[in-house]
Design a protein around this ligand. Structure first.
Ligand code: PLP
Length: 299
């Protein structure tokens, strides 16, 4: 449907923004859904289900409609209207349950029929394969070199896992040479299971109770791939940092005004992480940095 090959915008000081808002349904989720739905179709799947924090549901609905597959989307009851409207526009069945994607996922497990194919994050292999294109594009757009640092707003972590897989495979094939980027997980302090595990030197995340963030894509209290995300941080000499939930709106607004992309609040988390890491000199002047604007603001 025209997903991918999104701009890598230079914004000064060797810093770039990967603008994923221009994907067909407004977020980077389209890269994974294009692959997952296409491969499901090739295996004659007729019904697909998934829980979502919002954008994945919109994306899956669009691709399922294009593929002629019935789609069942489980969303938290707290989901804002624009996400519901967008999902319904593509004729999916909507079920609202619980406060977060974790509770919506539980409702899906309880209600799903046997012939529904589950494309939840990391429950099938192809969403991650689709997200690898993020890694390919960054390399190609930087002349087959890689940045020093990538800052990624992390919920379930598929994008981070996909990119890292792409980098390692490209390295193995000799398309690029190392070193690989230091990967940064950015989360809100209202839901930061990866940051907590990273700071406590744990190799898996613990469930984050009473999560609360306006960066809806990051409201993932129990990421299934927590172990992999932490492994990538360790392998890449990366870091996990929180942004203050109370400053999120203002940080997002600052980014929008300065860069001119109508990105959703996840960018406020990324922007705050960038500012903190440059201030602390974890990122040094002149280092090449890629920031992720993962989705558009839905109004
Ligand atoms: C806009 C946005 N950014 C980031 C994320 C988190 O993505 P991931 O699950 O790859 O960590 C999501 C997931 O819903 C999202 O919608």
């Amino acid at each position: 449907m025209g997903e991918g090959w999104t701009p890598l915008l230079p914004i000064g000081n060797n810093v770039y923004v990967k603008d994923e808002t221009v994907n067909p349904t407004g977020s980077f989720k389209d890269r994974g859904m294009a692959m997952a739905v296409t491969l499901a179709k090739a295996q004659n799947v007729e019904k697909i289900c998934l829980p979502s924090a919002g954008n994945a549901g919109v994306s899956a609905s669009a691709y399922c409609q294009a593929a002629g597959i019935d789609c069942f989307v489980f969303l938290p009851e707290t989901i804002p209207e624009p996400f519901k409207n967008e999902t319904k526009r593509y004729k999916s069945e909507l079920v609202l349950s619980g406060q977060t994607i974790s509770e919506a996922a539980q409702a899906m497990i309880n209600q799903k029929d046997e012939d529904w194919f589950d494309i939840s994050t990391l429950k099938e292999p192809f969403r991650v394969e689709g997200k690898k294109t993020l890694g390919y594009e960054i390399a190609e757009q930087l002349g087959w070199s890689l940045p020093d640092v990538i800052i990624y707003p992390t919920g379930g972590g598929t994008g981070l896992i996909g990119m890292w897989k792409a980098f390692k495979e490209m390295l193995g094939m000799g398309w690029i040479s190392g070193p690989l980027p230091r990967m940064v997980v950015a989360q809100s302090d209202g839901c930061a299971p990866v940051v907590e595990a990273f700071q406590n030197h744990q190799d898996a995340t613990s469930f984050w109770h009473k999560s609360n963030t306006i960066a809806l894509g990051l409201n993932v209290p129990g990421p299934l791939g927590g172990y992999w995300i932490l492994e990538i941080l360790s392998e890449s000499n990366g870091i996990a940092v929180t942004a203050q939930e109370t400053s999120l709106e203002i940080n997002t607004e600052n980014f929008r005004k300065r860069i001119g992309i109508d990105a959703s609040t996840e960018i406020g988390v990324v922007w705050s992480a960038y500012e903190e890491l440059t201030e602390k000199k974890w990122i040094t002047p002149g280092e090449k940095v890629v920031l992720f604007a993962t989705g558009i603001e839905r109004r």
